[in-house]
Design a protein around this ligand. Structure first.
Ligand SMILES: C=C(O[C@H]1C=CC=C(C(=O)O)[C@@H]1O)C(=O)O
Length: 417
């Protein structure tokens, strides 16, 4: 696919990473425009500016992006005095859920500030040698009063009928599980300064990965794949219960989630799909037999951390491509689930439920699943929020609607002053 930034990149990028003093919260360093973010528990990467970018679409979007990145990285001139995952040349990226949608993108920033395990660094990227900018924390403008939320084109009553349809198709034996999603449209009084919801999400959900790439932002609890010095990690989530707000009751709910055959079945499908996709790339793998319960402020999930040792040259992006769409966002079996989604869901998922994250020049990187997320639209005064639920034979439409509302809470709260 033709791309002006690709031609510009025929000239090698010059990259320099060096350690700097800790400057406090990473997100506070972001300028208002062109902000990129991937933060988790205070560590992570923030970036801004565009040294290069690549836009793609279609069934080959991952392969095209991987090839572009491989070429760009191979020709870059890199001096990395930090040498930790995320230092040196990196690109942020975000991919559409569907093969048919436009909007998959890799963005190589001009400046990256990273922090990991007490080490803070800056990377500057450009077509020549560039001096690191002076870093200053600038407060984000909080969303103005008056944000309203409305159902997207499929209202919540109609959506429950789609869930019921999915259940009958499952009962008819066409498939085992399908993830159906819905959207909510927020209308803001003033264009959104994305740094405000990012800061709130990162504070409220420190165990999630808070991200922003090209207007798509959120805080995902699900790590599709991390590749770091030969070790592969994937956090699989499926099976959800809403929190009650009462700690003692939540403990009882967590115990009932861990015993729920409906949720355990849904979870098992998701773990199996990840293990099967990773197996060809691994010499050894560890797939725990039973999930643990991940506690988030709004919901609790059944969770399994799958790990493996890589045996081939696959990059984090290639691994993400082979895992996408996992049963946590597609269903089981994948082809039947993806076909049912496009037949009945009637939602343009855009980059919701697609891989989002970053990759470095060595191929190491982290790709989460773009959940608990939203797309900024129009002139920044509209934001489309997404949430989906795994539907299995025992699913009850009203419960799934309530679960989807709980999954909308993080971004909804982050848009409300
Ligand atoms: C599809 C979403 O969540 C997935 C991840 C965790 C648990 C899920 C579930 O229990 O249905 C979903 O598979 C979403 O948040 O939009």
């Amino acid at each position: 696919m033709s791309n002006p930034a690709l031609d510009a990149a025929a000239e090698p990028l010059v990259v320099r990473s060096e350690r700097i003093d800790d400057l406090g919260e990473l997100l506070a360093l972001l300028p208002p425009d062109d902000a990129l973010a991937w933060v988790h528990g205070g560590d992570g990467l923030v970036g801004w500016g565009r040294a290069a970018e690549f836009r793609t679409s279609g069934p080959d979007r991952f392969a095209e992006a991987s090839e572009w990145w491989r070429e760009l990285a191979a020709h870059a001139v890199v001096r990395d005095d930090v040498d930790v995952p995320g230092s040196g040349l990196v690109t942020f990226g975000s991919f559409t859920f569907s093969d048919d949608a436009d909007g998959s993108v890799l963005v190589v920033p001009e400046v990256v500030v990273g922090r990991r395990d007490g080490i803070t660094w800056i990377t500057v990227i450009g077509l020549g040698i560039t001096a690191p900018p002076k870093l200053t924390a600038t407060p984000a403008a909080a969303p103005a009063d008056g944000t309203t939320f409305a159902d997207g084109p499929i209202d919540s009553v109609h959506w429950q009928s789609l869930v019921a349809q999915a259940v009958s198709r499952i009962e008819a034996g066409e498939l085992d599980k399908v993830v159906l999603a819905r959207d909510l449209v927020a209308t803001l009084a003033e264009p959104l300064d994305v740094r405000a919801p990012l800061t709130k999400l990162a504070n409220d959900y420190p165990s999630c990965w808070t991200f922003h790439v090209d207007g798509f932002f959120g805080s995902t609890p699900e790590m599709l794949v991390r590749l770091e010095r030969g070790l592969i990690t994937s956090r699989v989530l499926a099976g959800t219960i809403r929190r009650s707000g009462d700690d003692e009751r939540d403990l009882a709910l967590a115990a009932s989630l861990a015993r729920s055959s409906k949720d355990l079945e849904e979870h098992e499908y998701a773990v199996r799909s990840v293990a099967e996709a990773l197996a060809p790339h691994c010499t050894s793998m560890n797939v725990p037999e039973a999930p643990f319960v991940l506690h988030l402020p709004n919901v609790m999930h059944l969770a399994t951390d799958v790990t493996g040792v890589i045996k081939d040259e696959a990059s984090a992006l290639t691994l993400a491509a082979s895992l996408h769409p996992s049963a946590a966002v597609g269903g089981t079996p994948t082809p039947a689930a993806v076909a049912l989604i496009s037949e009945i869901e009637q939602l343009d998922r855009g980059r919701y439920a697609g891989p989002v994250g970053w990759i470095g020049a060595s191929g190491d990187g982290e790709w989460g699943i773009g959940l608990r997320s939203a797309q900024i639209e129009a002139d920044g005064t509209q934001v489309r929020l997404f949430a989906g639920c795994g539907i299995v034979a025992d699913s009850v439409p009203a419960d799934e609607l309530a679960e989807s509302n709980a999954k909308l809470i993080p971004v909804r709260d982050a848009l409300t002053p």
